[in-house]
Design a protein around this ligand. Structure first.
Ligand code: SF4
Ligand code: SF4
Ligand code: SF4
Length: 333
């Protein structure tokens, strides 16, 4: 079989940290199976393919596109539409593509506030002229263009039709290998719009830590204590949302004493992810009442029971797709 006869595979990063590509590279020698079964034609992080190469393809010419990253800029959106047009299967790959991920936390703020913070007021900046990137800049060599921001960060399925989602920040290499083998085998895929590479069990179900039925009197940051080995982190006061989170990672984080922050998404697809996470945490706390500290309320005395950065804790990977994102007005400086 020649390279041109193999089904075409593409991978694209939009507003992405690159970790999803690293996870693909982490399948190690199984990458040879990718090469054996697919013609890997496009992956800007790893290969020198160009947008023009994709534009030149007939519609539907790409068998599978793994699209990672959220949609932050007009270029991200444009590539999402182009790859949708050229792909028979479009898979939202990783939490940023599935539900907005970390980039969507920016939806708490207006664009001007974001630019001011990143380029002018952040205490670690070295930008004495206060320069802020412009959509068009005139330099000696000519005119430079940057793609404009979208008004808010979007998950992939908020812009184009998506066939499947594969959650995880990033998806685990074992899950990627299983997906590649399933696609290569021609075995039937689950119903459209299903999630791939994850289980119907909660992270807690795979966690080696014991739940002792103890309620915690306070919530602590994970850096505030060295947790007792073998004992549930949440019962020790470290906010861990494993009971509200879909499994598929073999409880990776709590296995190494880090709380689950929910990157595989809510266990209950019909639930608001932040509400599900809050319920999981609140159920582990011994009264008195839980008090949430508003993100800007750091000057207030810290209560004995509190959850700093509620949105960042409860909607870390899901703010773009949450009801909170729809209802919360943009905060201006
Ligand atoms: S899902 Fe995680 S690893 Fe993948 S691009 Fe987003 S932040 Fe990076
Ligand atoms: S809450 Fe976290 S630490 Fe406790 S059992 Fe569940 S996943 Fe493990
Ligand atoms: S334990 Fe939670 S945060 Fe960690 S990889 Fe698994 S789902 Fe993601």
């Amino acid at each position: 079989m020649t390279a041109t006869e193999r089904p075409k595979l593409a991978m694209y990063w939009a507003a992405s940290c690159g970790g999803c590509e690293v996870s693909l590279a982490n399948i190690h020698e199984a990458i040879l199976e990718v090469d054996r079964h697919f013609d890997f034609i496009f992956c800007p992080c790893l290969l020198d393919g160009k947008r023009a190469d994709i534009e030149a393809l007939p519609d539907g010419a790409i068998a599978v596109t793994l699209f990672n990253g959220a949609l932050r800029t007009a270029e991200n959106l444009d590539m999402a539409r182009l790859l949708r047009q050229k792909s028979r299967l479009l898979i939202a790959f990783g939490s940023c593509a599935v539900s907005g991920g970390i980039p969507a936390l920016a939806n708490q703020h207006g664009l001007q506030h974001l630019l001011e913070t990143v380029y002018r007021t952040s205490p670690t900046l070295d930008n004495p002229q206060g320069l802020v990137p412009q959509p068009v800049s005139h330099v000696a060599a000519g005119e430079l263009e940057l793609p404009p921001f979208l008004p808010r960060v979007l998950a992939l399925d908020q812009a184009v039709v998506v066939d499947y989602g594969m959650p995880g920040c990033p998806p685990e290499p074992e899950q990627i290998v299983a997906l590649i083998r399933q696609l290569a085998s021609g075995a039937p895929l689950p119903p459209p719009c299903s999630l791939l590479g994850c289980s119907a069990r909660a992270v807690c179900d795979d966690c080696p830590r014991e739940k002792r039925g103890v309620l915690t009197p306070q919530l602590l940051r994970s850096c505030a204590l060295i947790p007792e080995p073998g004992w549930c982190l949440l019962e020790q006061g470290i906010p861990c949302v494993g009971s509200a989170t879909r499994g598929g990672c073999a409880a990776l984080c709590p296995s190494v004493a880090m709380p689950c922050t929910g990157c595989y998404g809510p266990l209950d697809l019909d639930a608001d992810p932040g509400a599900a996470a809050l319920t999981a945490i609140a159920a582990a706390i011994r009264p008195p009442a839980v008090e949430l500290l508003a993100a800007g309320g750091a000057a207030r005395p810290v209560p004995s029971v509190g959850l700093t950065d509620p949105l960042g804790s409860l909607y870390r990977y899901t703010l773009a797709a949450s009801v909170v994102a729809d209802r919360k007005p943009e905060r201006q400086p």
